[in-house]
Design a binder for this molecule. Structure first.
Ligand SMILES: Cc1cc2nc3c(=O)[nH]c(=O)nc-3n(C[C@H](O)[C@H](O)[C@H](O)COP(=O)(O)OP(=O)(O)OC[C@H]3O[C@@H](n4cnc5c(N)ncnc54)[C@H](O)[C@@H]3O)c2cc1C
Ligand code: SF4
Length: 523
């Protein structure tokens, strides 16, 4: 490892973007330093405790942000090696081919990307390999073309989910197996790292079987002697040369001490909100509105998807352990009765009564929270929100994060919810309770809708958009800052639009693409 503070590449943040890039650059022999504000998530029994994780928020940041009205926000985000992928549900989707083009929505137009799906496709394939994605190509009606099969077979449905898949298929839909990054070997359970447990989505994996950016990004990178990691290393600001054209210093605060590091190439990957905040904090005479922010787009166009968790409570219990295996994309682009995109239907991990008590929904009549959780199918609905310059990250006078957001394009989400309600009404009678259960079908269709509030920033993206025009984007097509020659951004902030599937695989694939560009640049 370097004995001074100068590196070939400094990567700030070790999540989906930074961790993936580190693994890509490690074999080049270039000296790479990873700076991570958090620590490793401790391996302990609480990793799988719903009380510790969901009620006490043990691993979540304690930082307080504010909304545009000055109301405190307690963001559901995690600062640790591997970033938010330590806690993610590992549903690893490619964006649809159409998402790279302008798409007409009910609420406006979702803008095009400066690269096409075909340019990203080889990197999606690489990312699926790196992150052990399990799936079945050809099932998802909206899937873009792929150069090969998934590297691992789809994760099987448990009986209740299989029954639902059959019901959806009988209703004319094409339900499919959710592509998942878990290291599960169903053919040989003794050899399987993953034990298929009920505490995956939202929890760190105690047995390191989730395909997260620590286990499959940072850790493999650190096997190379040319790669180093500093934890608890918060990057306060970036300094530039007098011309403003190069980043010349990365100012780090670690355990109360401040030090400056240097690199030929500096890659910011702090997550869309923190990366924007870092560049805004780094304003100087050459960059008065924030580093690389002549366009004034940095912090703007924040997107986070329109997300809902919907519990379909039934008279029959739902004994599923790993619920997140089924998805429906039939309404992604619209339907016969609605010409605009609606979004994506899938599942969250199985909820229990303890988790529900953290943000208790209205309780279904005659149910306790425990009973409700035992009898629910817990859907996750995602629709696209559109980039709005007034939905943005700014800093208050003390440098703290302010997140301003007004939801938009909501009609598609409302219609998606209505589609799901209708589908649930058309379920067949259940095989266990037979006719009795069928009679109870109406009462099982009790939906308790809970839109994810602003603090739910899990899908944050869009705050440092890439594009060909420096007047309306901060990064070029290689995710290099238009105005700074050695500054790159590889987290979710480069998205000019967000599609309606989970973002992590696209962030990983793009980091691999930028990695190839950097390898070319450095050689
Ligand atoms: C509960 C949950 C479930 C999710 N489920 C899914 C899913 O199923 N599928 C999916 O695709 N996505 C999912 N996501 C979203 C996914 O995790 C994110 O899209 C992804 O991790 C974002 O990657 P990133 O590189 O942009 O940022 P992150 O992964 O958040 O990484 C940013 C890193 O930067 C570090 N950092 C921040 N500021 C600084 C600083 N100033 N100095 C040093 N380091 C800094 C942070 O500590 C962090 O490690 C989920 C997220 C959550 C929270
Ligand atoms: S064991 Fe498998 S299902 Fe459980 S948290 Fe780990 S990856 Fe997820």
């Amino acid at each position: 490892m370097s004995n001074d503070r100068h590196y070939d590449v400094i990567i700030i943040g070790t999540g989906a973007g930074g961790g993936t890039l580190a693994r890509k650059l490690a074999p080049t022999g270039k000296r790479v330093l990873l700076l991570e504000r958090g620590d490793y998530v401790a391996r302990e029994k609480d990793n799988w405790s719903t009380r510790a994780v969901n009620v006490e928020g043990k691993y979540q940041t304690k930082e307080v942000w504010h909304d545009r009205d000055g109301k405190p926000l307690h963001p559901h985000t995690n600062y640790c090696v591997g970033g938010n992928t330590k806690f993610y549900g590992a549903a690893l989707f490619r964006l649809r081919r159409e998402d790279f083009c302008p798409v007409k929505h009910h609420g406006g137009v979702s803008p095009a990307w400066p690269i096409s799906y075909d340019e990203l496709e080889p990197y999606y394939a690489q990312a699926e390999n790196h992150y052990h994605v399990h799936g079945e190509r050809g099932e998802d009606p909206s899937d873009p073309p792929a150069s090969g099969p998934y590297p691992y077979p789809a994760v099987s449905h448990e009986p209740r989910i299989q029954q639902l898949a059959d019901d959806f298929a009988a209703a004319g839909l094409r339900p499919f197996h959710t592509p998942l990054g878990i290291m599960l070997n169903e053919k040989d359970p003794h050899a399987s790292k993953c034990i298929r447990c009920n505490t995956c989505d939202g929890f760190p994996c105690l047995v390191y079987a989730k395909s997260d950016a620590q286990v499959l990004g940072v850790d493999p990178a650190l096997e190379y002697p040319n790669v180093g990691l500093m934890t608890n290393a918060y990057v306060e600001r970036l300094e530039t040369s007098a011309s403003g054209r190069e980043v010349t210093g990365v100012v780090v605060r670690q355990n109360g001490a401040r030090a400056t590091y240097w690199a030929d190439v500096v890659v910011v990957s702090c997550g869309a909100i923190n990366s924007a905040a870092l560049l805004l904090r780094s304003a100087n005479d050459q960059h008065p509105r924030g580093l690389a922010n002549g366009s004034d787009v940095i912090g703007r166009y924040y997107m986070g998807h329109i997300n809902s968790v919907l519990m379909a409570v039934s008279k029959c219990p739902n004994p599923v352990v790993f619920q997140k295996t089924l998805s429906v994309n039939d309404f992604y682009h619209g339907s016969d009765d609605w010409q605009y995109p609606m979004g994506h239907i899938s599942f969250v991990g199985k909820l229990d009564g303890v988790s529900l008590s953290a943000g208790a929904p209205a309780i279904a009549p005659g149910f306790t929270l425990d009973l409700m959780a035992n009898h629910s199918l817990d859907f996750w609905l995602t629709s696209e929100d559109l980039p709005d310059p007034d939905n943005r990250v700014t800093l208050d006078r003390d440098g703290n994060i302010v997140l301003s957001y007004t939801p938009n394009n909501e009609e598609g989400h409302t219609r998606l919810t209505a589609k799901l309600k209708d589908l649930m009404k058309r379920q067949s009678k259940c095989s266990v309770h037979g006719h009795d259960c069928h009679q109870g079908l109406f009462s099982r269709n009790l939906f308790v809708g809970q839109r994810i509030p602003l603090a739910g920033v899990a899908h944050q993206n869009g705050t440092i958009r890439f594009g060909n025009n420096p007047r309306v984007s901060a990064l070029d097509r290689n995710c290099k800052a238009h105005e700074v020659d050695n500054l790159y951004v590889v987290d979710g902030s480069f998205f000019p639009s967000s599609g309606a599937v989970n973002p992590a695989l696209t962030i990983m694939a793009n980091a691999l693409r930028v990695g190839d560009h950097l390898i070319g640049r450095m050689s």
